[in-house]
Write a protein that binds this ligand. Structure first.
Ligand SMILES: [Cu+2]
Length: 200
């Protein structure tokens, strides 16, 4: 019911009240009182009817359709630094991995001009930062549980980033909050970070 129809309903009920006969009886509302009632029952803001909620459902269905990343087997995992991969240009592959506490990630400089460096805003507290040199492989052992987002420094603006979940995603809320701000740095592939985090 919108504001107009609710006011209309009040107006009609007051007409009916008057039509009831005794008009000036002790229970009749003054015009001022009727206006107060109309103000109180008028809806504030927009009203969503239950029958309209159906249009929201497809969005929820899409969110649940994102394929979740399974826990990688073994205790050592390789992530390639690529100019071009299945997921686009300037990319880590796999870009999203889930590993166990104490596992080691080997970042491989398959193509030139890339590195892997942790980002302070995207690490569980107590974790150690890393910063690989350009064009060099680097191996990182992750002993602290949580979600890590790292980047390739020269291609950070192209969203050359990757995500590692170690054990439980204990800091996921902080990471999602920081991601909203961080993605404004991306000149290209602006939705990568959001879609990567959705895979956890
Ligand atoms: Cu790069």
């Amino acid at each position: 019911m919108n504001r107009f129809t609710s006011i209309l309903a009040v107006s009609m009920s007051s007409v009916l009240m008057i039509g009831c006969g005794s008009g000036e009886g002790p229970d009749a509302l003054t015009e001022n009182q009727q206006n107060l009632v109309a103000q109180r029952i008028a809806p504030v803001g927009s009203v969503t009817k239950a029958s309209e909620l159906g249009s929201v459902a497809p969005v929820a269905a899409m969110a649940t359709a994102v394929a979740k990343v399974a826990l990688s087997e073994g205790s050592e995992h390789t992530v390639q630094m690529l100019n071009s991969g299945d997921g686009g240009n300037m990319i880590f592959e796999p870009a999203v991995i889930k590993v166990s506490k104490g596992d080691t990630i080997h970042f491989k400089a398959v193509d030139m001009s890339h590195n892997s460096a942790s980002i302070d805003a995207f690490m569980p507290s107590g974790a150690s930062a890393w910063a690989g040199a350009m064009n060099q492989d680097i191996s990182v052992t992750l002993d602290v549980e949580g979600v890590y987002v790292y980047q390739c420094d020269p291609h950070a603006m192209m969203a050359m980033i990757g995500v590692v979940q170690v054990g439980e995603a204990v800091n996921i809320e902080e990471v999602r909050g920081a991601a909203d701000q961080y993605k404004s740095n991306f000149m290209m592939n602006a939705d990568r970070l959001t879609s990567y985090l959705a895979q956890l």
